[in-house]
Design a protein around this ligand. Structure first.
Ligand SMILES: [Zn+2]
Length: 322
């Protein structure tokens, strides 16, 4: 298996144009570095895409683009470059990205041009930005690529913010992390541009320190939270059904929490995030994590607070009615 370290540059349309074209980000450059299992560079990809939709770069740009108009006009259409890119990727590879956005936008552009999907259901990848945080920081804070390059004293021999150069630096960061902590590769990420359409496409991932479940689509939140697979709180270490101490409840209608207890491993905190699919349906991302008494207490307090608020509301309604 090879690693495809990928970076994209894109132009962001203003709201008016998103409505017209249904494509918020038009990809303008694809850059990638191919590494083999031993982290040796075995190939480069560097192509500019001629804009088809948004011809001027004066809209908001999330990624700072260092591309001039002439370069862009000399580029080739997205489907042509993308096809070539996929052939270059080969058969057995995993995408490695700095952050979480690129694969979603890549797939959205592919759909826009009617190309075949990259995967059925969520697409597994390595988020190198997350790996960096897990290796050198708290696992949550997200740094800019240049910050990580400085931190690791990597020589800055080419300018940043072009697709290939950012892929080049991401590959260098990844190489250092992987040499230092090869087990990091267990912590895969999933891009959910393609939401699971059936049980077979759902993701059940066990990371030893927590488990993650990405569900298929449901018509609404209530149907989702009542589903057996969604509401289940199986301990990810022993596979036993942990006893529910606090059933799933939601404070804001978006995130749901629960508390369960495994006789062998202790408290299990459940969190469900409700996500909206492009077609208006919902799907969930559930994480289960073994926690201590302190976190268990936090969940109890959260639920107590919610109960109290509801009681007060009912009380106020009653007073009003009287
Ligand atoms: Zn257990």
């Amino acid at each position: 298996m090879n690693y495809i370290v990928l970076d994209l540059e894109w132009n962001q349309a203003s709201d008016k144009y998103i409505k017209d074209y249904g494509l918020p980000f038009e990809i303008l450059e694809i850059g990638a570095v191919k590494l083999n299992r031993k982290m040796k560079v075995i190939g480069d990809f560097d192509e500019i895409i001629k804009p088809q939709i948004y011809h001027t770069i004066h809209y908001i740009t999330t990624k700072i683009i260092n591309l001039d108009k002439e370069e862009l006009e000399n580029g080739r259409p997205f489907p042509e470059v993308m096809q070539e890119f996929l052939e270059w990727c080969g058969r057995d590879y995993v995408f490695c990205i700095w952050g979480t956005l690129d694969l979603t936008e890549l797939q959205r552009n592919m759909v826009y041009y009617g190309m075949d999907e990259l995967s059925k259901g969520p697409l597994m990848y390595f988020d190198i930005q997350k790996f960096f945080s897990m290796t050198y920081e708290d696992g949550k804070i997200r740094r800019a690529l240049e910050w990580a390059v400085d931190y690791l004293h990597i020589e800055k021999d080419i300018p940043f913010h072009r697709a290939h150069s950012d892929a080049y630096y991401t590959a260098k960061v990844f190489k250092i992390i992987d040499a230092f902590k090869p087990e990091i590769e267990k912590y895969v990420s999933y891009d959910v541009f393609m939401v699971p359409q059936n049980k077979r496409q759902e993701i059940h991932a066990n990371f030893k320190t927590y488990s993650k479940y990405i569900s298929r689509e449901f018509p609404d939140k209530n149907t989702a939270i009542e589903d057996k697979a969604v509401s289940s709180t199986k301990c990810y270490l022993c596979g036993r059904n942990a006893k529910k101490m606090i059933k799933w409840f939601s404070v804001n209608g978006k995130n749901y929490f629960s508390l369960a207890y495994c006789r062998k491993h202790g408290y299990l905190k459940g969190k469900v995030r409700m996500k909206k699919a492009d077609d208006g349906n919902v799907y969930v991302i559930k994480t289960l994590k073994l926690v201590g008494e302190d976190v268990a207490e936090e969940i109890r307090e959260k639920q107590d607070k919610l109960r109290l608020q509801r009681m007060e509301k009912r009380h106020m309604k009653k007073e009003k009615a009287e």
